[in-house]
Design a protein around this ligand. Sequence first.
Ligand code: ATP
Ligand code: MG
Length: 479
Amino acid sequence: MFALATIQQFFPHQLRVTLEEFVLATLQQFYFVQKFCDKLVSFFSPYVQIKFPEYSGYSRNQAYSAIESYVGAKSTTKASQLKGSLVKSSKALVLTRDESKVSDEFNGAKLWWVLGPSSSTSSDSEDKYYQLIFHRSHRELITGPYLEYVVQEGKAIKAKNKRIRLYTNNPSDNWSYYKKNLWSDIPFENPARFETLAMDPKKKEEIINDLVTFSNAKEYYTKLGKPWKRGYLLYGPPGTGKSTMIAAMANLLHYDIYDLELTTVYDNTELRKLLTETSSKSIIVVEDIDCTLDVTSHRKKEREKSNENLGNDMNNKKEKKSAVEKSNKVTLSGLLNFIDGTWSACGTGRIFVFTTNHVNKLDPALIRRGRMDMHIELSYCRFEAFKTLAKNYLDLDSNDLFEKIGILLEETDITPADVAEYLIPKLGKKDPDSCLESLIQALEDAKENSELTTNEGKRRLKGKRFFTRLIKKGWLLQS
Ligand SMILES: Nc1ncnc2c1ncn2[C@@H]1O[C@H](COP(=O)(O)OP(=O)(O)OP(=O)(O)O)[C@@H](O)[C@H]1O
Ligand SMILES: [Mg+2]
């Protein structure tokens, strides 16, 4: 600084550099010198360094996640400084390493894993990475068998420790390039299982077999030359267990759930980006697909309106253009491409689940076999389904009232959700028998109501009342 000030004093006109320019130039020079030194050192250094960044493009680097699990497990057994913390979803104390360098050994070769960037040099925009350092004499061993071993081990550790997560897509306005937060996630804690799902047992077994066969069929799909994915369409009235079945699927296969909210997706490009950000072996769910498509057209109108308002206020042409571009919507063909187009094959072992209350409303192209491979109807509660609910809620395998309930359930349409409501012993005040009696009462009421709504029912009820009157008056004997 002093030198600069002195030079400026003697040569005020010849040297027109400001103090800031001088500092900037010095820093740049320092940066290049440092880079050059790094290169020089690495040229003569006997050590090789390989970097594994967390993200490659838009998607998370699979090698990075495998290494993360492997190094994490290694560090808790080998690292000298460990940090203990209680994690919300775990009952046990979780140990993590409290240092960024971990050493390892493979067939006599010594190597080191370094987690970067170090906290002193990191900035928010910088991606994390793992750096592998080893002696160049072990190059073949490390880049071949060792890395293969690390990825395999890492994947196995990850699968063992895996807790299911529930993801939902963020509106694109909140996406940031560096954070790659297209999805938000939380631990999935829905305990639904197929054993507790009330439905026809044969159908249930068929679905379980289908899911398990699919999850183990990676090689089979490769042999067929088909992307490893499967689509399920769940349809039926509200409260018949569609969402519950999705939870049971995730718990059965240990797959993460990606709950895709289509109404917040602007266009097909965004849809593709979201898809590429989902992990393999996961369930991608679009709930109430018929409503979503309706909402899409409604949403378009809404957006056009808001763009009009926006347009009045905006002088800037560029901004106007981008707002109009944003009014593009997800189209049916975009959705089809999402399910079984070229982009759908960018991950493997994916399950697509669509749910709807109105299967007839759906475009046949969307639900044709091959896209939605299995159509599953979840319907009103019949006797077999009731038995599962009675076991779940009241721990009953049989009861004298079951027969009557069985007959009533065949004659009345009531959802499993409604049946479940009658079977919950309210704050321990109800014993199983009174629960069943209240269900019988509800079924009888529902039956009478439904009879009142159909013409045939009305005629039968009229006849029934007529005969009851005759019996009451003593003009007819009750048989
Ligand atoms: N088949 C079933 N087996 C067990 N429980 C069920 C079943 N159907 C419904 N239930 C109970 O009813 C509640 C609501 O069910 P669920 O949310 O799965 O229905 P849905 O079919 O997804 O309804 P909607 O069409 O309104 O989304 C569940 O929390 C569950 O306790
Ligand atoms: Mg639902």
